[in-house]
Every structure is written in structure tokens, then in C-alpha cells.
Design a protein around this ligand. Structure first.
Ligand code: ADP
Length: 244
């Protein structure tokens, strides 16, 4: 399996406090990973480091086959091949098509191509009727669909999802899950998902990474981890015996 992301001895401090310490993590191309663990375990920090949005203090990162030097031109090139969708996605003031086309326009795509990709992407998420609608007036679920349409238009190699459905209604959440699967299977995008929804993690992810107190304490295929976790903290968390 080709590796798209690799962390080696990655440590992150906030002030004098160590919040992340990952010895080794490899993310395989075309797979879906979920990152699980209690609040404050370091899930978002690790994801943001992988997305090159937060810089680690110690350690090596490889993204899409390149050792990360944090050089500006390298960052721009690598970030443009990755997208992130967060719990409440940021919408620019302006219509939906402006929001979906933004990333394409900064990548200097032609007007014809931009319009085609925006139209196709909105169709895929059932939001065509909203193309001229002010994006900031949409409901939470609709905004998340527009955020997914942006991803579909950009066709990133890696997609990071930070609790993408935790503030939307269950029906929209199931739609978003279908689109995530589609992006993974049709575009071959590698997906990394932070979620508090264990059912969602199990439904979507091929692999599960379990974090505790800034460290990865267990990782494996989702089926294995959910059925046969070895670490007692993982078992307690996954069985819902302990509410964190
Ligand atoms: P999780 O996503 O698992 O809830 P986070 O990665 O958000 O965990 O946070 C890990 C730890 O780092 C927490 O204790 C949090 O308070 C701390 N932290 C996160 N971001 C910052 C920041 N910008 N400044 C200081 N501390 C932070």
C-alpha cells in the first residue's frame, strides 16, 4: 500500500505542555481512517499537523512522498492537494457558487471548467437549486453539503474531516456519510475522520486509530479494534462503558 502521510517521533507542545507524542503513524492511500479518543486526547492537533495547518515542535512528517520542510512553496503545493471539512464549515459572504468555486479559481482554472465542476458537484450533493442562494443563510446541514461540494470540485488526494456531522440533523448526517464514501471510492481520496460518533466510525472507516493523552495507544482495522481491542482504555471507550 502506498503511504500518503507518515509521522515519525512527532511531538507538539503548547507552552511547556506536551499535548502530542506520536512515535510512528502511516496512512495508506485510498483508505478511510477514523481517529477516536476522549476530549483533549490530541485528535485535532494530530490531524492539523498532518494537514500542515499546525507545525510540530519535534519529529519528521512526510506528505504525499515529500519530507515536509515547511518551506512556503512546498506548503502551498502540498496543502492544495488536501482539503478539510470541520464541524461548522466557514462560508464566505456571497452565493453558494462563489463558495464552491473559490478553491478552483485560486488554482487558476478556466471559467468554463469552474462552472462545470461547480454544477456537477452541487448536483452530487443535491444542492443544485441553491447555486445562487446566499451561503451564509443556509441551514447547518446545507452548509456541510456545500462544504462537501467544494471537496468534490477540488478532488483532493487527502480529505480531513473534523467532526463533520456533529452539529447537523441525522438525515443530513447520513447523506454526508454517503458523500464521504463516494469521494473515497470514486475519487480515490484518502480520508481521515475525527468523530465522536462510534457508529459513524464503524460504518465508514477501514482503520481506527485510538488516542489517549496525546498518544496513539492502539490502531488496527476497524473490525478488529471494535471487536478485539487489547488496551482496556480502548475497550472501555468503544463499549461506551465509560463516558468521557
Ligand atoms: P481533541 O481533538 O482530542 O479533543 P485537541 O487536539 O483539541 O484534542 O487538544 C489536545 C490538548 O491540547 C488539549 O489539552 C487542548 O486543551 C490543548 N490545545 C489544543 N489547542 C491548543 C492551543 N491552540 N493552545 C493551547 N492548548 C491547546
Amino acid at each position: 500500500m502506498t503511504t500518503v502521510l507518515k509521522l515519525s517521533n512527532v511531538t507538539k507542545y503548547y507552552g511547556s505542555r506536551q499535548v502530542l507524542n506520536v512515535e510512528e503513524l502511516e496512512i495508506g492511500a485510498g483508505q478511510i481512517y477514523s481517529i477516536l479518543g476522549p476530549n483533549g486526547a490530541g485528535k485535532t492537533t494530530m490531524m492539523r499537523i498532518m494537514a500542515l495547518l499546525t507545525r510540530n515542535n519535534i519529529g519528521q512528517i512526510e506528505v504525499l512522498g515529500e519530507k515536509v520542510t515547511w518551506d512556503k512553496s512546498q506548503l502551498l503545493r502540498l496543502r492544495r492537494q488536501m482539503s478539510m471539512v470541520t464541524q461548522t464549515s466557514y462560508m464566505f459572504a456571497g452565493p453558494v457558487h462563489y463558495n464552491v468555486s473559490y478553491g478552483l479559481r485560486v488554482r487558476n482554472k478556466s471559467v468554463v471548467e469552474v462552472n462545470k465542476l461547480v454544477k456537477e458537484s452541487l448536483e452530487l450533493v443535491g444542492m443544485s437549486d441553491f447555486i445562487d442562494y446566499p451561503a451564509r443563510n443556509l441551514s447547518g446541514g446545507e452548509k456541510q453539503k456545500v462544504a462537501i461540494a467544494r471537496v468534490l470540485a477540488l478532488k483532493p488526494r487527502v480529505l480531513f474531516l473534523d467532526e463533520p456531522t456533529s452539529s447537523i440533523d441525522p438525515t443530513s448526517a447520513r447523506d454526508i456519510e454517503r458523500y464521504i464514501k463516494f469521494i473515497n471510492s470514486e475519487l480515490g481520496t484518502t480520508v481521515i475522520l475525527v468523530t465522536h460518533n462510534l457508529f459513524q466510525a464503524r460504518r465508514l472507516a477501514d482503520h481506527t486509530i485510538f488516542m489517549w493523552d496525546g498518544e496513539i495507544i492502539e490502531t488496527g482495522s476497524s473490525e478488529d479494534l471494535f471487536e478485539n481491542a487489547i488496551d482496556k482504555r480502548t475497550r472501555a471507550f468503544l463499549s461506551g462503558e465509560v463516558v468521557f
